[in-house]
Design a protein around this ligand. Structure first.
Ligand code: ADP
Ligand code: MG
Length: 296
């Protein structure tokens, strides 16, 4: 069972005054997401990464080609559509825009639980909310559940978004630049959290990023996208250490990964240990002080 992106193309019509032209945002892309594996989609801004994410999430319809999750089409209706949305969830780039300022944290997570029939009573829903908050290391969970988004730091908000994505029992997680808007100091702890949940729940993850270093560390496979086309793909180490395509070489020369490799590996290990021993570092640092936007 996999999520299959099969020869998918997306064209946008661009109108300029009387003229209209076609923009091929994604050109004949094929790849699969496999449970238990992380696939990185790497490319510069405008290369078509988010358009792929949106098509996988059924927010855009492919011009041609198909996407299926465990055999269920992304463009179905009714029960099939609900089934698909159950399986395929997303973590957004912007932790400020993705949560509603008027609703409590509990409300954000309860909604998908109810919608997808995971909880039938308020007590059931509440218990599951608390369990999910524990899983993403948001403590004290009872207290966090009652807070509003503005009372949390950016990193904590992204943890809420991750808990919400897991709530319906997702099998595939699409993370579109999930840490690019967060403070550098907490990026690794969020990526480590995603990595732990991916292993625990055997998720198939698409990690979209323009950062080759974290792509290498957190992914089994890397897809390199250039102007709408996947120009290179392979096991992460192979793509980074022995790039074949000129564009991959260019990306690597702009942000050399091998030189930083040891350092990043060390800090990843330290972060992993911190995460295992004492919960989220971003929470420990900022949570109780009710940090506002300055952190981000
Ligand atoms: P990335 O996420 O890699 O930065 P996007 O997928 O957002 O790239 O965009 C790919 C290309 O498609 C860009 O040239 C962008 O301007 C264009 N594009 C994205 N969405 C639309 C849209 N709704 N209408 C027209 N053009 C779009
Ligand atoms: Mg994007």
């Amino acid at each position: 069972m996999t999520l299959q992106v099969d020869q998918v193309t997306k064209e946008f019509k661009i109108r300029k005054g009387l003229h209209s032209s076609k923009l091929v945002a994604v050109n004949n892309a094929s790849f699969e997401l496999v449970p238990g594996r992380t696939t990185a989609l790497v490319g510069e801004s405008g290369s078509g990464k988010s358009t792929i994410a949106k098509m996988i999430l059924s927010l855009e319809t492919p011009t041609s080609g198909t996407i299926t999750a465990d055999g269920v089409a992304s463009v179905g209706r009714g029960r099939a559509a609900r089934n698909y949305r159950n399986m395929v969830q997303m973590v957004f780039q912007d932790p400020f825009a993705s949560l509603n300022p008027f609703h409590s944290i509990a409300h954000h997570i309860e909604r998908p639980l109810r919608l997808h029939g995971k909880a039938h009573t308020s007590a059931e829903a509440h218990a599951q909310v608390i369990e999910l908050l524990h899983r993403v290391n948001l403590e004290p969970a009872e207290e966090i559940a009652g807070r509003r988004p503005h009372e949390l730091s950016g990193g904590q908000r992204q943890r809420v978004a991750i808990a919400r994505a897991l709530a319906p029992g997702a099998k595939y997680l699409i993370a579109d630049e999930p840490v690019s808007m967060l403070d550098v100091s907490i990026r690794l702890s969020i990526l480590n959290l995603l990595s732990r949940l991916q292993r625990e729940d055997n998720l198939g993850v698409l990690y979209i990023t323009h950062d080759l270093a974290t792509a290498r560390h957190f992914s089994d496979e890397i897809l390199v996208m250039y102007k709408g086309t996947i120009v290179e793909r392979g096991p992460s180490d192979e793509v980074i250490l022995n790039p074949q395509h000129d564009y991959t070489k260019l990306l690597l020369s702009a942000a050399p990964v091998p030189a930083n490799h040891g350092k990043l590996r060390e800090s990843v290990r330290a972060e992993l240990e911190a995460e295992a021993h004492q919960g989220s570092t971003d929470h420990d640092q900022f949570g109780t002080r009710g940090l506002t936007r300055t952190e981000d």
